[in-house]
Every structure is written in C-alpha cells, then in structure tokens.
Design a protein around this ligand. Structure first.
Ligand code: NAD
Ligand code: SER
Length: 319
C-alpha cells in the first residue's frame, strides 16, 4: 500500500472530478484530498475549498495534510480565457507558480501539470503536429500553457522536481460538465442528442480537432505518473493523441443510434480558436517512452457516451 498523500487542485472540474475518483480507487479515499475554489456538491472523500492563487493557503493545506504528490488541474480554459485574458493569465500562472514553489519547499515527490494542444498556433503543422513543433499560440490560454510547460522543465532541471505533463487534446466524458473550452461542443452534443433536442454547434461542420475519451485521458495520466522516472524524456509536456473528428462526423456517429438527431451550425468566436489548433497530433514520444496507446475511437466513444447518458436521462432504449 502506498504511503503517498495526494492533493488534487481543481477537483470539481471536468477532468478533476473523474481523476479524483480514479486516484481514490488507486490510493484509498482518505489519501486523496480534493480541493477547488468552488464547493463540492457531494464529496466522496476529503474535500476543502482552496484558491490555488493564495500561496499561503496552499502551503498550509500541503503542510497540514502531509501531501507528497500534487495534481494541479485548476485553470481557465481557452474560450473563457479569451473573454478575460488578463484574468486567465493571472489565474493560470499564479496558481501554477504557487504549486511549483510549495512543491520545492515541502519536498513534494511528484507533480502533475496538464498542458494542451492549445500550445500550438497557426504556424505549426496541422496534420500529425510533432512534439517539437513551434509553440506560438494565439490564445492567452495557449500562451499560459507554453509558459507553464517551460516552468515545469525549469523546476525539473534546476531543482530536480519530478514534474510530469501531458498536452491533452479535447476531453470528452459523460461524468462531468466541461468548463469553458473550445472543444466543449463534443460533450454538449451528446447531452442534447440523448434528451431528444436539436443541437446548435458553435464550430463549423468540418472543423477537425484532436480529441480523447475520458477513460483514455485518465489512464494516460496515471500511466505517465506511474512510469519510472528514467523513462520520462520530455520534461516540458508530452503530445498525446486519441482520435480526430469534426462536428459533422460526431453527429453522424450519434445518428447511427439516434437517426432523428438534428445538428445546425452557427460558428462564433471559438471558430478562430479552433482554426489556430492542430487537426491531429503525433504522440510517438509518449508511445515510445512509457507505452501510451489509446483505446477509444469515435464510434466506441459514442456507444459508451449514449449508454451512460441514456441511463442518466432515463432513456432505457438507448442505454
Ligand atoms: P475545468 O474548467 O472543468 O475545471 C477547472 C477547475 O478549476 C474548476 O472546478 C474550477 O472551479 C477550478 N479553479 C479555477 N480557479 C481556481 C483556483 N484559483 N483555485 C482552485 N481551483 C480553481 O477544467 P478541466 O477541463 O477539468 O481541465 C483541467 C486541466 O486540464 C486544466 O489545466 C486544463 O487546461 C487542462 N486541459 C483540459 C482539456 C479539456 O478538454 N477538458 C484539454 C486540455 C487541457
Ligand atoms: N479542450 C481545451 C479547450 O478547448 C483544450 O485545452 O480549451
């Protein structure tokens, strides 16, 4: 049994809610402290309100709970970030620098930092974007993730802090709500379909983006964090891929089960963000270094999403 005490920051978010549950299964519920700036509805284990931008409060939690590992998931995502860029920069950088500082001072053994495909901008190759493509993003969110990756690399080389990171594509899951990203349509569309409602998509029908199903995202995170340190050759952040699809393709995948489902398209400011990102990602470094392999493709994911959301919305004929 591990003697690690784990702190999850941003545990009420789309990924944090599911990752916290997975960590509790792996380490024991009492060893995983979930924290967020927002109150939790029905916490299934220890929970505290924590603003990660408050360095003293973060330090006090780490000390009091004898924390040994930190998963830092709090951030303002791409679409919300463009609505208030200075706020997004402040939250994303202040919270991350606080986590790095407390990790060094309190001898934290491992830190997880999620980066994003948003680190890439229009000048990176669109197809199979390589690990070492240019990082010149056009969103404040992307700029904050590029800076965050570099701070991770800096703390690893300068202080020996074992920081590990993945550039997640858009994450899709049935368990939690997305928090203001450009890829959120790919979650919303399933909820509308299962409720029998038409969906108006904020991206054009043919906008291809890299995506990953939640179980794959959680497994990738745990596999990276459990890999032997000598296998981790990338100390900024690993490219990570699963599938690529467009809104029209996800609609067609849903229509295989729900033929009456209707989608219309009204692109807004998020179209420009999507246009600046890769269409597909080369994640061969992750595959080579620690054996990453995705499991879910579009139709596998659709089947699973519809089954779980069918149960939630009481549509037994789907589930
Ligand atoms: P989310 O917006 O759903 O959740 C973020 C959580 O952080 C929220 O619960 C929010 O209340 C909390 N938070 C915000 N400010 C805080 C603060 N100052 N202190 C403490 N908590 C605070 O985001 P998510 O989708 O779960 O993403 C988690 C991480 O993964 C983020 O770093 C994000 O950039 C990254 N990521 C997500 C995706 C995706 O598709 N969801 C893709 C790439 C990267
Ligand atoms: N899914 C995220 C977003 O759309 C990418 O990091 O913001």
């Amino acid at each position: 049994m591990s003697s690690d005490n784990i702190l999850v920051i941003g545990a009420n978010g789309q990924i944090g809610a599911v990752l916290t549950e997975a960590l509790r299964e792996a380490y024991g519920a009492d060893r995983v402290l979930a924290t967020d700036i927002r109150a939790a509805e029905a916490p299934a284990g220890p929970f505290e309100i924590l603003d990660a931008c408050n360095g003293a409060a973060l330090d006090e939690v780490v000390r009091r709970w004898r924390i040994t590992q930190i998963y830092h998931l709090a951030a303002i995502l791409s679409a919300r970030g463009e609505e208030n860029p200075m706020w997004a920069w402040d939250v994303n950088m202040t919270s991350w620098l606080n986590v790095l500082k407390v990790s060094r001072e309190r001898s934290i053994t491992k830190v997880y930092y999620p980066s994003s495909i948003a680190v890439f901008g229009p000048d990176a190759p669109k197809e199979n974007t390589p690990q070492d493509a240019a990082l010149v993003p056009t969103t404040v969110y992307g700029i904050s993730k590029v800076a965050g990756e570099n701070w991770a690399n800096y703390y690893y080389h300068k202080y020996g802090l074992d920081v590990r990171s993945l550039r997640y594509p858009g994450i899709i899951g049935y368990q939690s709500e997305p928090g203001g990203g450009t890829t959120d349509y790919a979650v919303h569309i399933y909820h509308y379909a299962v409720q029998g409602k038409p969906y108006e998509c904020f991206l054009q029908a043919d906008t291809a983006l890299p995506m990953l199903y939640m179980p794959d995202a959680i497994r990738a995170t745990l596999e990276l964090m459990n890999a032997p340190a000598e296998k981790i050759s990338v100390r900024t952040s690993y490219n990570l891929a699963g599938m690529t699809f467009t809104p029209a393709q996800v609609a067609a995948s849903i229509q295989k089960y729900l033929p009456e489902f209707q989608v219309s398209y009204r692109p807004d400011y998020r179209q420009n963000i999507a246009n600046s990102w890769p269409k597909s990602i080369d994640d061969s470094c992750a595959r080579r270094d620690w054996g990453w392999k995705h499991q879910y493709d579009l139709d596998d994911m659709t089947r699973d999403m519809l089954q779980h959301l069918g149960e939630r919305y009481g549509r037994k004929e789907i589930s």
